[in-house]
Design a protein around this ligand. Sequence first.
Ligand code: ADE
Length: 244
Amino acid sequence: MRIDVVSIFPEYLAPLELSLIGKARQDGLLELNVHDLRSFTTDKHRTVDDTPYGGGAGMVMKPEPWAQALESVSRTREGSKPVLIVPSPAGERFNQALAYELAEEEHLVFACGRYEGIDERVIDWAQDHFTVRPVSLGDYVLNGGEVAVLAMVEAIGRLLPGVVGNPESLVEESHSDGLLEYPVYTKPSAWRDHDVPAILLSGNHGKIAQWRRHEQFRRTAERRPDLLEGFDAGGLSRADRNAL
Ligand code: ADE
């Protein structure tokens, strides 16, 4: 996969050189380039923003530097349109299903807005060159798209073949099956008056799997009941149904 990130703070993306994503880049599993939006300006002051038409607080990002930057990164193989992800609190919600969907793409471009946002005409213009998806990390406001890009690139990048050493760990984690993950424990089995649940020491793998599944339902019902809306409870055991 190829990823391009355009930002006025390229240094913000430095953590993408670390850990699993950094290693994936070194191993050639992921080609990731960060571009400074200001390098696509033509004036002496390298201006990227201006006051909003219609008045109001703050500044809006000018269209031309964005068009130049996006044109330069969209020049890839003929025929396939890259996906342009515009992080914004006004976008569709990012979740694990979208991470899986985007992990199938060949080329992702992230446009990090700052200030009050990017001139909307950039989004309209970009439809001819990209599949455009405004995406929100959650219902809160960040100062810009960079932190959202760190989260999204990590969530997407770890799904690429070969990035996570043991692919089984992707199967058993929260949200992979629409439920939250079961609790996990390690040694020692007794610690400060808190014992590991006895079932996990029993060696009975069937019972352990049943207990873990039950914990997934119990936790999800307690912490994220919204995830269970529309969940088909018909195929569940009585114990799991009781956790709902
Ligand atoms: N930029 C500012 N706030 C954001 C959010 N909640 N999600 C994605 N990008 C953003």
